[in-house]
Design a protein. Structure first.
Length: 140
């Protein structure tokens, strides 16, 4: 099994809710940031995707909160892809405190959207493999 990619993010005070916890929507923003960072690490930055005529499309997302996060903490967002056949793939993202404590689990089904045809490309893994300088970062 490939090692998951991770990116560290600091929890900022303006991201907190009235109880002093990280606002629920920000967890998904952290995951979105991590997705773009793993693509960049694989050698497929956003502009390269756009030139190829595709972009990632989130089709389904489940977020499970495990521990609260507060301002000043640092978290690591881990990304692990599961590739199969067809137009979609799975992405598991764990948000962990710096000490390793699981704060949230996010699982999603994604695809690559053909920006002209407005439909999913038939083989997203193959498309990314062809674009990537380091496909192993994506588990390809």
């Amino acid at each position: 099994m490939p090692q998951p990619f991770s990116v560290r993010i600091g929890v900022r005070e303006y991201e907190l809710d009235t109880r002093g916890h990280l606002n629920q929507a920000v967890y998904l923003q952290y995951c979105e940031h991590a997705l773009w960072e793993v693509l960049r690490a694989a050698g497929v930055p956003g502009d390269k995707l756009l030139v190829s005529g595709v972009g990632p499309a989130q089709l389904e997302c489940t977020l499970k909160f495990r521990r609260e996060l507060q301002g000043g903490e640092e978290v690591d967002v881990f990304c692990l892809f599961t590739w199969g056949e067809g137009k979609t793939f799975r992405l598991r993202q764990d948000i962990r405190k710096a000490d390793g404590t699981l704060a949230a689990e996010v699982t999603g089904t994604l695809g690559l959207l053909d920006l002209s045809a407005r439909s999913l490309v038939p083989d997203p893994g193959g498309h990314l493999r062809a674009l990537a300088e380091h496909p192993a970062v994506l588990g390809l």
